[in-house]
Design a protein. Structure first.
Length: 406
């Protein structure tokens, strides 16, 4: 029944909403503690490594940081971990819903690699762990004492994965997976390194032992890495809304440059929080990188997975063409939607099809059947402001078409 598609759409919405909420909580606490740590006043005598007075919401807060740990275990200790875990788990669920279940349309590009859907899903799942294994190995090697070299090697790994993903997946899926790849490193830092190290310190305190400062040092290094990776991950998670980012010939290079932009932006704020002055040159570098990205995006749209002849319809897609209602639906879509959702849009002000979705051929329409019905049949989201005057009868016809195909 078509109602199952509606339920599935609401499931995706719910998981996406959860992912956004938990990501805000994780990023917010991460940014706050990095800024707090860098801005501590370390010239005040006492047992603490630094302290700070802050005001918020009508109240004053006196915060102290201990380099390793206080002399005694406090009665109440707040742990910051579930924000990271919930963000990764909800993101993984969303990846499965959108790119695994909808893999034939959104994940695989047959003109890049001739893969079965199960093979694409396997690559998707296994690839997310590669980054963490390589990165963790590098951090635990002697390079762990050379943070700049370590960050350069991590950047090289990210560039390699960006290129690799675009050789297998659609541009949209490639950038999203690069974001998930990076977010997996960040979450694994919390789960495998930061939290276990903090538990060791707590256990030592409870046992009356003096904690080893190396555990705090290691945890802080991983937390700093997470801080610099956050902004690029946000860009990659939003990139599927912008064909100029994901559907161009240089999409892997655009994604790589975004990581550099994330570093320059965070470095400005991190330096500012340490009261080291305003490094305005970082904004000049950021602007240059952004202009370079914009220039690269002008390369021809390279994704071919939307092309009319890219691949034959699957049996699941073909049934939408085979029903009697399809001829009417095709006429509706071509007259109400294709002026924007075309390989060369004719609507003034639109140069690229929104979200890279093309609706010009029977194959295009069949591949996007569920989305068409949800956006323009069951709801009135499309056309925007109903600028092409789609009638209620035409919307009903879209819904009837999908139901008949089932």
């Amino acid at each position: 029944m078509y109602d199952l598609a509606v339920l599935w759409s609401w499931t995706e919405f719910g998981v996406r909403w959860l992912h956004v909420i938990t990501a805000i909580a994780w990023i917010g606490s991460s940014f706050y503690f990095i800024a707090l740590d860098l801005g501590l006043n370390r010239n005040i005598p006492g047992p603490a490594d630094g302290e700070e007075w802050q005001v918020h919401g009508g109240g004053f807060y006196h915060i102290q940081k201990y380099l390793v740990a206080p002399d005694e275990m406090p009665e109440h200790l707040t742990w910051f971990k579930w924000e990271a875990y919930s963000t990764w788990l909800s993101g993984a669920a969303l990846l499965m819903i959108v790119y695994w279940v909808g893999g034939e349309l959104y994940l695989l590009d047959p003109n890049k690699a001739d893969l079965a859907l199960w093979q694409g899903i396997l690559i998707s799942a296994l690839s997310l762990s590669i980054g963490w294994l390589v990165y963790d190995f590098l951090c635990k090697s002697p390079l762990g004492d050379k943070p700049t070299v370590l960050m350069l090697l991590l950047f090289a790994l990210l560039v390699a994965m960006a290129w690799g993903y675009t050789q297998v997946f659609t541009g949209r899926a490639a950038l999203l997976h690069l974001g998930a790849f990076t977010a997996t490193i960040m979450s694994a830092n919390v789960f495998f390194i930061i939290m276990p190290n903090q538990r060791i310190v707590v256990a030592d305190l409870k046992a009356g032992r003096k904690p080893d400062p190396k555990y705090g040092k290691i945890a802080k290094l991983r937390s700093t890495h997470n801080n610099y990776l956050t902004l690029p991950v946000l860009f990659l998670m939003l990139s599927n809304h912008y064909p100029l980012a994901f559907a161009t010939e240089w999409n892997w290079l655009i994604a790589s440059l975004v990581f550099l932009m994330g570093v320059t932006i965070r470095h400005f704020f991190n330096t500012m929080h340490m009261r080291g002055g305003m490094l305005w040159w970082t904004w000049a570098v950021t602007a240059i990188l952004f202009l370079l990205i914009a220039w690269l995006s002008l390369a021809p749209l390279a994704d071919s997975y939307e092309d009319a002849e890219a691949r034959p319809l699957t049996p699941n897609e073909a049934r939408f063409v085979q029903v009697a209602e399809f001829e009417e639906v095709e006429s509706i879509v071509l007259s109400r939607c294709s002026m924007c959702h075309a390989r060369e849009p004719v609507w003034d002000g639109i140069r690229w099809a929104p979200k890279g979705v093309h609706l010009e051929t029977a194959g295009d329409i069949a591949r996007h059947a569920e989305t068409i019905a949800l956006q323009a049949g069951y709801s009135h989201a499309m056309p925007p402001a109903n600028l092409t005057y789609m009638t209620d009868a035409e919307r009903a016809a879209l819904v009837a078409w999908v139901r008949a195909a089932r």
